[in-house]
Design a protein around this ligand. Structure first.
Ligand code: SF4
Length: 308
């Protein structure tokens, strides 16, 4: 295992160009998104760490972090929230349901839920056992039903049946923490927010942006590195990278487009061929998590519940 930092200044190593062409050819066969494949292959080939990392100044880390964000923007120009929603209420409910399960499972469950209870008023009046049956596939369905009943009653009684657009109001709702509130603010209200979930925390620690484990502290550190205008999209890009390439147990370092900028290169599989097999969702040629992905999503939509 290597833990060196091959490119803390953001410069590509010499001799990358010839390798780029070869790597791009190799990547073509592996993934449906050509741009993403090219970037992934480039990173895999450019990464050949051989020296121990030098101590990095805060300024150098900030520059490297911003470079990572720019690279990720090229790899995932289509990054987006991976929960299906049509309005702030649906996003709020979907985000509450996403605890301890995948976005895919939530997306496969919410069509029936919103057909039965389209508004906070409808949901607040639900028969608990009936709602439990609908959301059972997402796990912890009794606790989640309780949260959704409390949440929708609070929206009905305290906010006129509307989802509030302020963090301080959102976090007072039953079952809504800072992470959920930031997801809703960033994606349903256009208010910049950094969403520190398990992927985001893992990746920024691998990139040595911070050592903090506490999501609120991680959020504060990252907020100091990037301008507000980047916060929401940065969050999506980082989570996309965590789900597709930089996995918790087996990061696909050998197929990673930002390997030259990553101090943790080598924590996962470095062989390009083996690494490509670890890629997930559209990069691995599989369906995404959304049943209704945005128009620019290059992969296939996820199947409905029971369809695959
Ligand atoms: S997969 Fe993760 S750990 Fe490996 S090089 Fe890429 S960002 Fe770093």
């Amino acid at each position: 295992m290597s833990s060196s930092t091959p490119g803390t200044t953001g410069k590509k190593s010499p001799g990358t160009t010839g390798k780029k062409a070869k790597a791009a050819t190799e990547a073509k066969a592996a993934a449906p998104s050509k741009a993403a494949s090219r970037k992934a292959a480039t990173g895999a080939k450019a990464a050949a760490p051989s020296k121990a990392p030098k101590a990095e100044s805060h300024l150098a880390m900030v520059r490297r972090a911003r470079r990572i964000n720019r690279e990720l923007a090229e790899v995932y120009p289509y990054a987006h929230p991976e929960l299906d929603f049509r309005n702030p209420f649906e996003l709020l409910v979907a985000t509450v349901l996403s605890a301890q399960t995948t976005d895919l499972r939530v997306n496969q469950t919410t069509p029936a839920l919103f057909a039965a209870y389209p508004t906070p008023e409808d949901m607040a009046a639900a028969v608990p056992e009936e709602m439990e049956e609908i959301i059972r596939p997402t796990g912890f369905f009794r606790a989640k039903t309780k949260s959704l009943l409390g949440l929708s009653a609070a929206l009905r009684d305290e906010f006129g049946g509307e989802v509030p657009g302020r963090l301080e109001d959102l976090v007072k709702l039953p079952g809504v923490g800072r992470k959920t509130a930031n997801v809703v603010l960033g994606n349903a209200f256009g208010v910049p927010g950094i969403t520190v979930d398990t992927h985001f925390g893992r990746l920024v620690r691998r990139w040595k942006w911070t050592d903090e484990e506490d999501p609120v502290k991680v959020e504060a550190v990252v907020a100091g590195i990037f301008p507000k205008s980047e916060w929401t999209m940065l969050s999506h890009r980082v989570v996309f990278h965590g789900r597709r390439i930089c996995h918790a147990r087996k990061p696909a370092c050998g197929a990673c487009p930002i390997a030259p900028l990553c101090p943790s290169y080598g924590e996962g599989e470095t062989d390009p061929e083996k690494a490509r097999k670890l890629l997930k969702y559209e990069m691995g040629g599989y369906p995404g998590q959304r049943l209704s992905p945005p128009a620019d999503y290059p992969g296939k939509p996820a199947p409905a519940l029971g369809d695959g």
